[in-house]
Write a protein that binds this ligand. Structure first.
Ligand SMILES: [Mg+2]
Length: 116
């Protein structure tokens, strides 16, 4: 199933996430907000674990990036965050644009983002 005709990766992600969820044996709505929240937190923990290992010298940032360790966990976070937002009835894309621009206005920055 392709989502290539969608313009925003977050729009693609939202639709693809919902369509793929049954592959894991449930619909988005079947998990509670705490379950989705725990999934997000678990992925944040995995990212922090990678960062901890870099910090203590198990491997360098360069080595971690060669293996996509940070990228993979950051992506996992966003994937689960989108699912959490869907379950909560929130558009992650809209929320990002609104919050980013609201903060820019608050701090006097003219840097804004938009979605199309
Ligand atoms: Mg992960």
């Amino acid at each position: 199933m392709g989502y290539k005709n969608k313009t925003s990766v977050l729009v693609q992600l939202r639709e693809a996430n919902a369509d793929r969820c049954p592959t894991f044996g449930h619909e988005v709505k079947d998990w509670s907000l705490p379950q989705w929240g725990n999934a997000v937190a678990g992925e944040v923990g995995e990212l922090c674990n990678v960062i901890k290992k870099i910090d203590r010298g198990d491997f360098s940032l360069k080595e971690a990036n060669k293996q996509f360790l940070i990228a993979d966990e950051a992506a996992d976070i966003v994937i689960y965050l989108d699912l959490l937002c869907q379950r909560a009835g929130v558009s992650l894309q809209t929320a990002l644009v609104q919050k980013f621009n609201e903060t820019s206005e608050k701090i006097g920055s003219d840097i804004t983002i938009f979605h199309y």
